[in-house]
Design a protein around this ligand. Structure first.
Ligand code: FAD
Ligand code: NAP
Length: 548
């Protein structure tokens, strides 16, 4: 596309914007771009829209942020019309919701499914991106928006012998659409993160015997899920604006009651009472009990010990309970899990918990799995082993910015962004909930809406002033990366071997990827940057950009 073409001018075979991914982020981005009068196309690898909720169909999959909050806020009509049936919606219901959104806003005509974007290359002469797909599409676009998801690149560890297994294998993040019937089978689940914790109680009900291979025990809080009462739904309809505003002003964009008190400010009895009350409420409420849980080890220990005592109380066999107790990292520094009957499931006779740290998995065999201690005969293996989080989907695309430098190379020592939205050297390329933004540490739908709104505002600004490119400056990026690291360093988060620091992917640089400074603080920073004419970004007219 020549550089004298303004945003909004349509050329044959070219778009104002290409969006990669049709989850919560891609769908809303398309809607906003349409509202600006821009032409856009989404490319989506899956055969349907929904992203996370299209792929993760394992039994028990549901949100752990309450449905009323884990939904779009941008359309009052949508929010008034849609009725959630449970406090935490199940995967099929969320997928129905996202399909409803796509149809309601007539988005599907601009979405090309079953198409994986393989490369995106910036042309410095024409100031546009060339996007290539595995279907042979080759299109150009002024802007490229990566809505590729933080948790969309499923990871099966490189177990020796994996290809020899004669039974069936599944990854929770690529679950078969027709479902899986484990009745009468000996099933192995590898992993005990959120996906495992949600699926294990359900798989255990079907399998003749379930073997759970646990490397690191996890903290999990009871969901207390149930039907959404008409009173709660009605209250939300009436007060939705206030609730949404409160969430936007909260550290994690969540409506949990966040206490200002420190754990040491109260007596041990009062502390216990506070934890107990929040445990009873269910979900993330417990984490808001004291202001210093994630920054002070002693405060954190009180919360961790409370949860450990609950686990001991739920599991009948003290030896099994002992194995399930998380001990070697502070609570909440690995993503906290929210469950329905997880710990109680270990009271069944037909489940065995294997400590895969003491006795590591050595190889997958044709008939099952061998640890350093024993052979297990299995009909099916479920890999609940997580994702190459935050950078995986982006680095799987050959994204070339200025001077042909790839994003993968630029991020070889860890991701570098300005505000998690843009990367120096990659003009007109936006990353929704990219590393360096609160993203996975917050209610993701709120985080997505905030980014999409910001990007839409930025594109409107460029058009008004006839700028051809926007690009993070190296200085702004350096400062932001330093700030992200500094804030993380003031918390207990870097102490855990979590996917937040890439510890689940062998060889991945250890960098704390999301921004832990708080959603509200971050949002304010983004708004200020925009109000100051996109401070920290270089905005160029066509001619300037070409000679950059
Ligand atoms: P995604 O939904 O991941 O969508 C990205 C899409 O991009 C995918 O469909 C993918 O196929 C596509 N894509 C990627 N690369 C390419 C490519 N090269 N070409 C074409 N298409 C591509 N967050 C919460 O806040 N609360 C929750 O309760 C919650 N529950 C979760 C439960 C599970 C099981 C998982 C895995 C995550 C959960 N999350 C939750 C995080 C969740 O990922 C986000 O809330 C949200 O759904 C992300 O939306 P997205 O559009 O950014 O990304
Ligand atoms: P995860 O949290 O990364 O858990 C992966 C599990 O697999 C961990 O227990 C890990 O052990 C284990 N594992 C990985 N490689 C292994 C190996 N080689 N040998 C043995 N064990 C291995 O992944 P996830 O459960 O899919 O969840 C990812 C994120 O998605 C969550 O943190 C959450 O943000 C989101 N999610 C949310 C929900 C929800 O409740 N709404 C549900 C699912 C997912 P280690 O801990 O020792 O690495």
């Amino acid at each position: 596309m020549p550089d004298n073409v303004q945003i909004g001018d349509q050329l044959g075979g070219a778009f104002d914007a290409v969006i990669v991914g049709a989850g919560f982020a891609g769908l809303y981005m398309l809607h906003r771009l349409r509202g600006l009068g821009l032409s856009a196309r989404i490319y989506e690898a899956g055969s349907g829209v929904g992203g996370t909720w299209f792929w993760n169909r394992y039994p028990g999959a549901r949100c752990d942020v309450e449905s009323l909050e884990y939904s779009y806020s941008f359309s009052e009509e949508l929010e008034q019309d849609w009725q959630w049936t449970e406090r935490y919606a199940s995967q099929p219901e969320i997928l129905r919701y996202l399909n409803h959104v796509a149809e309601r806003f007539d988005l599907k005509r601009d979405i090309q499914l079953e198409t994986r974007v393989t490369s995106a290359t910036f042309d410095e002469t024409a100031n546009c991106w060339t996007i290539v797909t595995d279907r042979g599409d080759r299109v150009s676009a002024k802007f490229c928006v990566m809505a590729t998801g933080c948790l969309s690149t499923a990871k099966v560890p490189d177990f020796k012998g994996i290809e020899t297994f004669r039974g069936k294998t599944y990854h929770t993040g690529h679950w078969p659409h027709e479902g899986v019937d484990f009745t009468g089978q000996r099933v192995g689940v590898i992993g005990t993160g959120s996906s495992a914790i949600q699926s294990i109680p359900n798989i255990a009900r079907q399998a003749s015997h379930l073997f759970v291979f646990q490397r690191t025990p996890n903290f999990s809080l009871p969901a207390r899920n149930g039907p959404l009462s008409p009173e709660v739904a009605q209250d939300w309809r009436v007060n939705r604006v206030e609730y949404r505003d409160r969430a936007r002003a909260a550290p994690f964009a969540l409506l949990i009651e966040q206490s200002e008190k420190l754990a040491a400010d109260v007596s041990p009895e009062d502390r216990e009472r506070e934890y107990e009350e929040r445990w009873r409420r269910g979900g993330f409420a417990m984490l808001g009990a004291f202001a210093d849980i994630i920054v002070n080890q002693e405060a954190n220990d009180t919360a961790a010990e409370f949860v450990r005592s609950k686990i001991r109380g739920m599991v009948d066999d003290p030896a099994v309970a002992e194995k399930l107790l998380p001990r070697d990292y502070p609570i909440a520094t690995k993503r906290i899990c929210v469950d329905t009957g997880y710990f109680e499931t270990f009271n069944r006779d037909d489940i065995t918990l294997i400590d895969a740290r003491a006795t590591p998995i050595e190889e997958i065999t044709p008939t099952g799995l061998r640890t350093s201690e024993a052979d297990y005969q299995l009909d099916s293996i479920v890999f609940a082993t997580g994702f190459d989080a935050m950078t995986g989907a982006l680095c799987n695309i050959e994204i070339r910015g200025r001077a042909g430098v790839t994003l993968k190379r630029k991020w070889s020592e860890g991701p570098r962004t300005y505000l998690g939205i843009m990367v120096a050297g990659f003009p007109n390329l936006f990353t929704i909930t990219g590393p360096g933004s609160p993203s996975v540490l917050s209610n993701m739908v709120m985080a997505i809406e905030q980014h999409v709104d910001w990007i839409a505002g930025c594109l409107g600004y460029l058009r008004e002033r006839q700028f051809a490119t926007v690009e993070a400056t190296v200085d702004a990026e350096n400062e932001w990366v330093a700030h992200v690291n500094e804030v993380a360093g003031a918390t207990l988060f870097p102490l855990a071997n979590s996917w937040y620091v890439g510890a689940n992917i062998p060889g991945k640089p250890r960098v704390f990827m999301p921004y832990i400074g708080g959603f509200a603080v971050y949002r304010q920073k983004c708004d200020e940057v925009a109000a100051r004419g996109y401070e920290g970004f270089a905005l160029c007219s066509g001619a300037q950009a070409a000679s950059h």
